[in-house]
Design a protein around this ligand. Structure first.
Ligand code: AMP
Length: 500
């Protein structure tokens, strides 16, 4: 195992890392730190959550001369949030160094940032726009910036900042060292690297390609303050054999352990503030099935390999898709189906979509087992009632798209009703990929729910927000009657004959 000392970091930095509970470098740190310390330009392909901030931050801090009051290092970030996050991280790593780190970002009074800069900043962490502004006001000069970091360069590109980034780079000394971190390397970023970096070394961490197919995944949207109560409810309903509950912070882990204990649950925490001895004790107890629930932070749960975890619960949404895969990979082992449930606050709702895209998976909304059982759409007779077209989820734009895509959603829809000899009747289903439904689900519903023989189903097309199925004209009405208003994957589905 490599430790931070082997990487050549100074004792003052090591002490800060010790205090932060960083025991060993993460893979990106292990690769990038020695390169940066030896003076190379580095391209780091890594996402948030991999420890990239320390990967560039530690060499940068080690580089600085506290006695020189000029701006010696600059970190450019695409967003204010990242700017603040990076500043906080750098300040924590510089705890025992006499280094001033100043954050400058838009949406905050420029005057106070100017006065902070006047009082002396060794490192400036900046959003691109505010940096341009401060440079044009001559509040910031970069003639001594020997170390420049572009963090999340692909985000800067997406936000349209690349030209400004180039302008800023041109203002820095040509003998500087440049580090560029980016989750992806689209051509304009490669070009930027070619134009503004000197013989860069690329370090990347290959994302583990774990399959998450065997894992049933769901999310729960819940306001932050109701999370714990909701978790208790869900645990009662889910009845896990054993579960790991991940929290973002050590404090969060101990707080949650206490709450769950107070509710009478069999739970232990595992986090970096505990002594190695007590951590080992908890791990052994969990592996021996003497403890049902484990509340853990990512770092503490490293190396925890448990065969029979039925549930992984992300009490706090993981901050990268890799962490997500890594966490939920702890369930569903050896041919068993595991369940992974991710809590998100309304503000974090978009994270689910991001994970779905990155991991190429579907994460539906959590539902109780009863509701899940209703995946099986049961035939049920019900009063026919008028439904207005607005009940369709598809908006005109998408309907038009679908029409173009689908030679018109209503191409032969009237066949059955007119009594014309149409070969099939097309039915509109108000759910699609977005609701976690795929072709197999619909075929299954038609077979099991509407009791259609396979030969009566001619085509099933799942679009993003809705689907079309084509069935024998003489089966259309029955299909609608049996399936309309039932649930598929916990979501109510509406069916109707597609109208022209
Ligand atoms: P980042 O990818 O830089 O946003 O870092 C993700 C999280 O991992 C942050 O909360 C860091 O404090 C933490 N972290 C970074 N490096 C290490 C390490 N070597 N050991 C433990 N935690 C780390």
């Amino acid at each position: 195992m490599t430790n931070f000392k082997d990487l050549g970091l100074s004792p003052a930095i090591q002490q800060a890392l010790d205090e932060l509970g960083f025991v060993e470098p993460s893979p990106i740190q292990e690769k990038a730190i020695p390169e940066l310390l030896s003076g190379h330009d580095v391209i780091g392909q890594a996402q948030t959550g991999t420890g990239k901030t320390a990967a560039f931050g530690l060499p940068l801090l080690q580089y600085l001369d506290p006695d020189n009051d000029e701006v010696q290092a600059v970190v450019l970030t695409p967003t204010r949030e990242l700017c603040i996050q990076v500043t906080q991280a750098l300040r924590s790593y510089a705890e025992h160094l006499d280094i001033e780190i100043v954050a400058v970002f838009g949406g905050a009074p420029i005057r106070s940032q100017q006065s902070q800069l006047r009082s002396g900043a060794h490192v400036v962490v900046a959003t691109v726009g505010r940096m341009m502004d401060l440079m044009s006001r001559r509040s910031l000069v970069l003639t001594a910036a020997r170390f420049v970091v572009l963090d999340e360069a692909d985000e800067m590109l997406d936000l349209g900042f690349i030209e400004d980034v180039e302008k800023i780079l041109r203002m820095c000394p040509s003998g500087r060292q440049t580090a560029l971190f980016s989750a992806t390397m689209p051509p304009p970023i490669q070009k930027l690297a070619e134009g503004y970096m000197y013989d860069p070394v690329t370090v990347r961490i290959t994302p583990k390609t774990l399959t998450v197919d065997a894992i049933q995944q769901a999310f729960v949207e819940v306001p932050a303050r109701e999370k714990a109560a909701r978790l208790v409810e869900i645990l009662k309903i889910e009845e896990p054999e054993q579960a790991i509950i991940f929290t973002r912070t050590k404090i969060g882990a101990s707080r949650l352990e206490r709450t769950l204990k107070d509710k009478g649950l069999d739970v232990k925490a595992l986090h970096g503030d505990m002594s190695q001895g007590s951590r080992d004790g908890v791990m052994i107890a969990f592996k021996d099935h003497r403890v049902k629930l484990l509340v853990a932070t990512d770092i503490a749960a490293r190396g925890l390999d448990v065969e029979h975890v039925t549930h992984v619960i992300n009490f706090d949404v993981p901050n990268s898709s890799e962490v997500y895969v890594h966490r939920i990979g702890r369930t569903g082992r050896v041919g068993r189906t595991g369940r992974a449930i991710t809590f998100v606050t309304p503000d974090e709702r978009d994270e689910i979509g991001r994970i779905e895209r990155d991991v190429n998976t579907t994460i539906g909304e959590w539902e109780s087992p009863e509701d899940r059982l209703e995946h099986a759409p049961r035939p049920r007779r019900r009063e026919r009632r008028e439904r207005r077209p607005r009940e369709r989820e598809g908006e005109p734009a998408e309907a038009a798209e679908a029409a173009a895509d689908d030679e018109g959603p209503e191409a032969d829809g009237d066949g059955a009703r007119d009594g014309k000899a149409s070969k099939t009747t097309k039915l509109f289903v108000n759910r699609g990929e977005r609701s976690g439904i795929d072709e197999e689900d619909l075929r299954w519903a038609l077979r099991e729910g509407a009791v259609l023989p396979d030969e009566a189903v001619h085509d099933v097309r799942v679009l993003h927000r809705f689907s079309f199925v084509e069935v024998d004209p003489d089966q259309a009405e029955r299909t609608v009657e049996y399936l309309d208003g039932t649930k598929l994957k916990g979501k109510e589905i509406r069916l109707e004959v597609a109208k022209s």
